[in-house]
Write a new protein. Sequence first.
Length: 102
Amino acid sequence: MAHVAPTSHRRATRASHRGHRSDDGPIQITTWLGLTFAFVVGLVLTGRSHVGVHAAGITLLVMLVPLTIAVFGTAFKRGFGSGKAALTTAASLAIVLVKFFV
């Protein structure tokens, strides 16, 4: 006969795990400034002549582009927070996209 655990030992489902997420508010200014700083670091690294450092900069920028697009998508849903910080991030994203596609 198989052992069946008594129901008193089973954990109750928690409200936070049911798939309903509360609205967290607009994107924080530190998120925008962090993305902008990372773009600047990536651009500086790609300007270096050492092959490994240049490759690290390209890798950083390639990873940041989809992340930044996702943050902008979330910002349209939740709010941009600081508009100036969002604009600086948009400007740095535009510089990176122009650098790689033009």
